[in-house]
Design a protein around this ligand. Structure first.
Ligand code: BG6
Length: 484
């Protein structure tokens, strides 16, 4: 009988994401029938108390998604168990091993990464790192290349790389996988997917939430390490990678590593030209006044809550095509999108001006708040005017327009797909060691460049789209953000 152990089973990630995901999977009949799920944490409580807490976390989420039913809940509770453990102590973990039975064990570490090294060492001694067992590591693994390697060396001591699943929950998002389908399941995009046709790419991950009481973690990491090193670079890789030969985990990840290796290093001389650091000041978000980061933090801080970067990929496909990335807390909208901006028509036959009223084609891959892929194209305005009038129209490419192909269930949590893949041993959507290393290397160089130039974060009003310098990053080159 297989088991899934959630280390940090009572924590925020487990309650907000992992257990609701497991409920949804079970509700849809996707969990292996015999799978046991064991919450493991320090708190001395009974399995009954734990299950009651899980219900409090899961039920509202499932109700909001119109997916709550007592039968599914009863099925999940039959799988659920809890054990109070000190995860760094092998003796304590032996009891957990005994509780998990004889089958393969997948352990999800949803605890502070500073404990990863000690936990895996204890797991090995306790017999939780056998050849059929797997380990899932939540980000951030390390704070820089050096600390990443230290943790990963400890992991490699206990587990073979094929047993290690480094999670980036952005890869579990439906639209991200749809991007792979769009690029490699259609022949029409590939001939356009290069520097001959594409002018630039934009990736925005905007959040309206502030850092709040997460500052003890966040203040040490900042937006660069919290979002760019992982989510942002993963999205960039999926847009920029060469077609893999198949969907085998290594084929896909080999291509992503090549992109990361081709990223131009940000040097100290370039730091101010190609990057912007920001930190939110007080302002208004969604009509509500909010405090500055430093007020939440309770003391002055130089941590950035916003980053904008112009990245260049030095290879044949992308030479001369800038990738503009920005992410931040307390921005105007919760919005994640990738914009592929195509080049203008070389000559307009319609307008009086040079280009007339033609807008350049744009493919927008929206991940949040809605999931959609849309292409804007020019169309003739209906009518009998003498001079042909044009208008841009937006065509959705993601869900069937005729209503026959169902829209995705709204409730999907990105972790559902990833938990299922980890349980099935499919690592395609997980980050390989060399990929994480390469991403850290690039981020470390950027952080060093900032340190060398003493780049302090620029203030931006909460509720805006970041410092003005982020607009200048594009406008200097005659471009602008899709949303601003
Ligand atoms: C996490 C970051 O990885 O992603 C958070 O640590 C961030 O700071 C979150 O808020 C954003 O995820 P999503 O899925 O809400 O865009």
């Amino acid at each position: 009988m297989a088991a899934l152990i959630l280390f940090g089973g009572g924590g925020d990630l487990a309650m907000r994401m992992l257990l609701p995901s497991l409920y949804f999977l079970d509700h849809d009949g996707l969990l292996p029938p015999e799978l046991k799920i064991i919450g493991a944490a320090r708190s001395q409580e009974t399995a009954e108390d734990y299950i009651a807490k899980v219900r409090q976390a899961v039920q509202p989420r499932a109700e909001a998604a119109d997916a709550w039913d007592e039968t599914s809940w009863a099925r999940l509770t039959r799988r659920l168990d809890y054990l109070a453990v000190d995860a760094t102590d092998a003796e304590s973990l032996r009891a957990l091993k005994a509780r998990s039975g004889d089958g393969p064990v997948t352990s999800f570490l949803a605890v502070s990464p500073s404990l990863y090294g000690r936990i895996v060492t204890a797991m090995k001694t306790a017999g939780l790192a056998g050849p059929d067992d797997r380990i899932v590591l939540e980000k951030p693994v390390g704070r820089d290349l050096e600390s990443f390697r230290a943790i990963d060396d400890a992991v490699a001591h206990a587990f073979d790389e094929s047993q290690v699943f480094r999670i980036d929950h952005y890869l579990g998002k439906e639209t991200v996988q749809n991007l792979i389908a769009l690029r490699f399941g259609n022949a029409i995009f590939e001939p356009l997917w290069n520097n001959l046709t594409i002018d630039h790419v934009q990736i925005t991950i905007g959040e309206t939430v502030g850092v709040g009481d997460r500052w003890p973690y966040y203040d040490e990491y900042g937006a660069l390490r919290d979002m760019v090193q992982n989510h942002m670079l993963q999205l960039l890789c999926l847009v920029a990678m060469e077609p893999p030969s198949d969907l085998d985990p290594d084929s896909v990840r080999n291509e992503k590593v090549k992109v990361l290796r081709s990223l131009r290093h940000v040097t100290a001389e370039d730091a101010e030209r190609v990057t912007v650091r920001g930190q939110y000041a007080a302002g208004k978000v969604e009509g509500r006044p909010v405090e500055s980061y430093q007020t939440e933090r309770g003391q002055p801080s130089d941590t950035e809550t916003f980053v904008a970067i112009r990245a260049d990929i030095d290879n044949w496909r992308w030479a001369g095509v800038p990738f503009f990335m920005r992410t931040g807390k307390r921005l105007a909208e919760k919005r994640t999108e990738i914009v592929i901006q195509f080049k203008p028509v070389p000559h307009s036959i319609f307008g009086h001006g040079e280009r007339g009223d033609i807008y350049d084609n744009r493919l927008v891959i929206e991940l949040q708040p809605d999931e959609d892929i849309s292409l804007s194209v020019m169309n003739k305005k209906p009518g009998l005017e003498q001079r042909m009038q044009l208008q841009p129209i937006r065509m959705s490419l993601s869900w069937g327009q005729d209503g026959k192909e169902a829209a995705p269930p709204r409730r999907r949590v990105a972790y559902e797909r990833l938990l299922l893949d980890a349980l099935n041993g499919d690592s395609t959507l997980f980050v390989r060691r060399d990929e994480a290393e390469q991403a850290w290397k690039w981020v470390d160089e950027l952080a060093d460049a900032w340190a060398c130039r003493e780049c302090k974060p620029l203030d931006y009003a909460a509720g805006s789209w970041g410092p003005e310098a982020a607009d200048l990053l594009l406008s200097r080159t005659g471009r602008k953000w899709n949303v601003r």
